[in-house]
Design a binder for this molecule. Structure first.
Ligand SMILES: Nc1ncnc2c1ncn2[C@@H]1O[C@H](COP(=O)(O)OP(=O)(O)OP(=O)(O)O)[C@@H](O)[C@H]1O
Ligand SMILES: [Mg+2]
Length: 252
């Protein structure tokens, strides 16, 4: 295995405040890695740095053997890094299909857009299939449920042929059924992509996570399997501040 993304000695200082304070993180090709940590731990900031939204104060980010520091957001997308945000970015008036088409067009050369395309491209068809949104293809995105909207966003990323997907709290606010469907979608996406998922829901982690990285106050507190992090007293202390038994949802 080789590293898909390597973060070394990363720090981000906002007006004297260290949001990221010396993070080293390696995620191998084909991994489905979960990133957890209390509010303000630096999870979103870490993704912001990888995707070029925030410049690191110090440190290096190497994606697929190439440094990303200093590149613009669209350059990083074109290299194969896709992300979702904590808030939705779909166009509500456009249909599911149109949203996917628009996302897909982002990586195509201009000449191919100028040619009239007939039918649905392979990338869009693939995204409709994996997200199971095919039956809703002609509905405006505005009528989708919260869960369906998240799946559409993941589908939109997939049309751009990313190697790495960064998902920021994709199951927040979802119903139980939607969470389950999202876990299955992530698992199938991770078959041929590297995926980093920020998630707080411990029930969800127990079910779908293997490797977990816990961030706290801008640092990596511990990395390991769900069982390892669940049983670690440091995690219980800082992550939820509750008793070990219910801190990370341990079942008796
Ligand atoms: N642009 C910014 N300017 C100043 N401070 C910021 C900025 N972005 C983030 N921060 C601060 O950096 C810290 C880390 O924020 P971040 O959004 O990365 O946390 P998080 O782990 O994603 O938390 P949450 O679980 O609430 O989403 C927080 O204290 C936040 O207030
Ligand atoms: Mg966040």
């Amino acid at each position: 295995m080789s590293a898909m993304i390597e973060v070394r000695g990363l720090s981000v200082v906002f007006d004297g405040f260290r949001a990221i304070d010396g993070i080293d993180l390696t995620v191998e090709q084909g991994e489905l890695r979960f990133l957890i940590g209390p509010n303000g731990a630096g999870k979103t900031t870490l993704i912001d740095v990888i995707t070029g939204l925030t410049r690191p104060t110090t440190g290096e980010v190497v994606f697929d053997g190439r440094s990303l520091v200093g590149l613009r957001e669209h350059q990083i997308v074109r290299l194969g890094v896709g992300r979702t945000f904590q808030t939705s970015v779909v166009f509500e008036e456009l249909t599911v299909l149109e949203n996917l088409d628009l996302a897909a067009s982002f990586r195509q050369p201009l000449w191919s857009l100028a040619r009239r395309r007939r039918g649905v491209s392979d990338a869009v068809a693939g995204a409709l299939e994996i997200t199971e949104l095919g039956p809703l293809a002609d509905r405006p995105a505005g009528v989708l449920s919260h869960g369906q909207r998240q799946w559409l966003e993941i589908g939109m990323l997939l049309t751009q042929g990313p190697k790495l997907l960064l998902l920021d709290e994709p199951v927040a606010g979802m119903s139980k059924d939607e969470r389950e469907r999202t876990g299955e979608l992530m698992t199938s996406v991770a078959r041929d992509h590297t995926v980093i998922v920020i998630e707080h829901d411990m029930e969800f982690l127990r079910r779908y996570a293997s490797q977990v990285t816990v961030l706290h106050e801008g640092r990596v507190l511990i990395e390991g399997s769900v069982d390892q992090i669940r049983d670690d007293p440091r995690v219980q202390e800082v992550y939820l501040g509750r008793k070990p038994s219910d801190a990370v949802g341990k079942q008796s």
